[in-house]
Write a protein that binds this ligand. Structure first.
Ligand code: SF4
Length: 161
């Protein structure tokens, strides 16, 4: 399948998607996963603006106002996503990607640029991150003493106590 440049449909500041961070969320369109029961079908269509053309201007507006930049999708073009993450890091933001992929290894080349990573397709019977039965995982990416990447599972932070 042809790799298309990433487009986004909009952005917003939220507190929910990344616990303990104020995040600028970009909704990337053209989601390739097509999960059954998807709660965001508006992201299936490849529509919106080219994010690489506009992200720097948006980031400059939010510098000092948010702590983290979170991409909802974007792993259908990992090379471009990597450049976007480099841009965010160079401006001092933490970073997060929400992916519908069940294969975390596709992010091996991006781990040094990621603070948080959500993986796993949406399965309606199991629920999203806020369900204790969920198949999805939300990780904080850490580096251990041997300078290897470690995935600290923080999914429980989404569960109502
Ligand atoms: S990854 Fe998210 S947006 Fe894409 S189909 Fe699955 S639930 Fe919908």
């Amino acid at each position: 399948m042809e790799t298309l440049p990433l487009k986004y449909t909009g952005y917003a500041v939220t507190f929910q998607e990344v616990p303990n961070e104020t995040s600028l969320i970009f909704n990337i369109s053209g989601c390739p996963y097509k999960c059954r029961g998807c709660h965001s079908q508006y992201l299936w269509e490849y529509t919106g603006e080219y994010i690489s053309e506009e992200i720097e201007q948006i980031l400059m507006q939010y510098k000092g106002l948010v702590t983290c930049v979170c991409f909802m999708g974007g792993d259908q073009n990992l090379a471009e996503l990597k450049l976007l993450l480099i841009k965010c890091k160079s401006l001092g933001f933490k970073t997060c990607v929400y992916s519908g992929s069940n294969d975390i290894s596709i992010f091996d080349d991006l781990l040094s640029l990621l603070d948080y990573l959500k993986v796993g397709e949406y399965v309606s019977e199991l629920g999203g991150l806020n369900s204790k039965d969920t198949n999805q995982r939300f990780y904080q990416i850490k580096t251990n003493k041997e300078r290897q990447f470690a995935f600290d599972d923080k999914t429980y932070l989404f569960w109502n106590k």
